[in-house]
Design a protein around this ligand. Structure first.
Ligand SMILES: [Zn+2]
Length: 285
């Protein structure tokens, strides 16, 4: 899978023109080492090898099962949303975000990990349904790497806003918006996908815009009906996705550099999960 190319030409990860794999400079844009030591083609194939939606669903489901197993007898069944819910200490251990982890415990990196945790069976099923539903369309529009970037970045903006609001804004008399003490779930990054889709629709396709508006309205209504939904995280996620799409300009092609950023963001996410568990264990016991 990670085969190294040593001959022939490859696509420059900066500008997309053909360069020799051993060239030390792209003659079109001037980028150094455009063949990425021969790993450029393998990097390009990553997006094809790991489809976005199965990757997100597989990782989220694995982590959900792990948090359930670790909760043991503390698995909660209080309500329909909390059916098969991992215990709060276990979610904290794995990297739940919110005002308490971020501002009380200084676990700022949880803005990266919380989007991969879920607080119940219905919670994960609904969120993964959205990933499955919107993910492939997003990959068609932005490309696999930029979709991952939108997804991770929207999780960060969503949980950062929710944690900040939980710590500083809960005194404000804003209806339906409450910052979270604890928050988890893929809906912040999912709202990022909706935000990016909405941006694309606004600039390029009225049908997509209509579709994205329909998604957003549906998700907002859901957030208003069910108690305990983190509307700040949704708002922050939507804004993050919208801004990332505007930054990328969906009309341009995805480049090899985007895949490098996507891989770095996924690695940072993995490190955030690892850091949560390692630094959380002494608090947990
Ligand atoms: Zn170039």
């Amino acid at each position: 899978m990670f085969q190294r190319r040593t001959t022939g030409s490859v696509v420059c990860p900066s500008c997309g023109s053909l360069v020799g794999v051993r060239d030390d400079k792209c003659y079109t844009c001037g980028r150094r080492n455009p063949g990425l030591w021969g790993f450029g083609p393998a990097l390009r194939n990553l997006g094809v090898t790991f489809s976005f939606a199965p990757m997100v669903i597989g990782a989220s489901a694995t982590i959900y099962v792990a948090t359930l197993l670790l909760s043991g007898g503390a698995i909660r069944m209080d309500s329909i949303m909390a059916l098969l819910a991992p215990s709060t200490p276990v979610l904290f251990l794995f990297g739940a975000s919110g005002a308490i982890p971020v501002f009380t415990f200084g676990r700022w990196w949880t803005v990266l990990s919380a989007g991969w945790l879920h607080a119940g069976l219905l919670h994960i099923v609904l969120n993964m349904y959205w990933v499955r539903y919107i993910g492939p369309a997003m990959v068609d529009i932005l490309g696999p790497a930029r979709t991952i970037i939108v997804y991770v970045a929207a999780g960060v903006t969503g949980f950062a806003l929710s944690s900040f609001a939980g710590a500083f804004l809960n005194g404000l008399p804003i209806p339906l918006l409450r910052g979270a003490g604890f928050t988890v779930g893929a809906s912040a990054p999912v709202f990022g996908l909706i935000g990016a889709l909405y941006h694309y629709g606004r600039t390029s396709s009225s049908i997509v815009k209509q579709q994205a508006t329909y998604f957003a309205v549906q998700a907002i209504i859901f957030g208003l009906i069910f108690p305990g939904i983190d509307n700040y995280a949704h708002l922050g996620g939507f804004a993050g996705g919208y801004v990332m799409s505007a930054f990328f300009n969906p009309m341009t092609r995805e480049r090899g550099d985007h895949m490098i950023v996507a891989v770095v963001l996924l690695a940072a996410t993995f490190l955030a999960l690892a850091a949560s568990i390692i630094t959380g264990l002494p608090l947990f016991r």
